[in-house]
Design a protein around this ligand. Structure first.
Ligand code: ATP
Ligand code: MG
Length: 209
């Protein structure tokens, strides 16, 4: 009989993908003995409609480049290729249909987790996967987070503290636009892709975090 796979889901705008995203996924994969981690760049993210600065296609390619040599890491185009607004629940419905016997673990940091109760059809989403909530500088595991997670009926989640990647894509876009070096936070192939395609050059900050 086929073994049940434990599959991590790393969703995000990845605009651009940075060492925080990849580092979190590596640590979670090891800690929770995941067989795979699917990186799924959003197409048209519900909460960030029209606000990304690189195209979905560029964000997908950068994601592919950043994880290309990492065992068990896979980039998925399923949200980029989907028409209309991207909802995680549609993604998990599709994945559950494709892999009915496998288990899914949605990985997200405390900044996103505190908004989880507002996600579209989150009650259904919570039936389709477990959640692994990781720490992120500036977004502590506080009472508000625990309260908000408690607003989602049937939510199964674990908290993983101690991860501390002090980086955001917003900060990187701003630094790149200002001509500053951010090589430490980017995979070299991603940095080269950004440079050769002229991404993030001279963009105004859109103020999101
Ligand atoms: P932006 O500043 O554009 O929002 P971001 O750095 O927050 O970018 P996202 O693509 O929004 O990156 O995040 C995708 C997922 O990765 C989210 O669950 C987010 O919480 C998590 N994440 C992003 N950066 C970090 C980090 N430095 N440490 C831990 N988790 C992170
Ligand atoms: Mg973010």
């Amino acid at each position: 009989m086929k073994r049940i796979l434990r599959i991590g889901i790393m969703g995000g705008t990845f605009d651009p993908i940075h060492r925080g995203h990849v580092g979190v996924a590596k640590q979670v994969k090891e800690r929770f003995q995941l067989d795979q981690v699917l990186f799924i760049p959003t197409g048209d993210p519900h909460f960030k409609q029209g606000m990304t600065s690189a195209s979905p296609q560029d964000r997908l390619v950068m994601t592919q480049l950043a994880i290309r040599d990492i065992d068990g890491f896979i980039a998925s185009d399923m949200e980029v290729c989907r028409e209309g607004v991207t909802y995680s629940v549609d993604t998990l419905e599709e994945l559950s249909r494709l892999h009915p016997n496998d288990s899914f673990f949605f990985i997200l940091a405390s900044d996103a987790a505190t908004q989880l109760h507002r996600w579209y059809r989150v009650e259904r989403l919570a039936q389709l996967c477990d959640f692994i909530v990781v720490s992120r500088p500036g977004y502590p595991f506080d009472e508000a987070l625990i309260h908000n997670l408690g607003l989602v009926p049937g939510l199964r989640y674990v908290l993983l503290d101690g991860l501390s990647y002090d980086v955001s894509s917003t900060g990187l876009r701003e630094a790149l636009a200002a001509g500053e070096s951010v090589e430490d936070w980017l995979d070299p192939a991603v940095a080269e892709y950004i440079r050769s395609h002229g991404l993030y050059v001279g963009h105004e900050s859109d103020g999101r975090s």
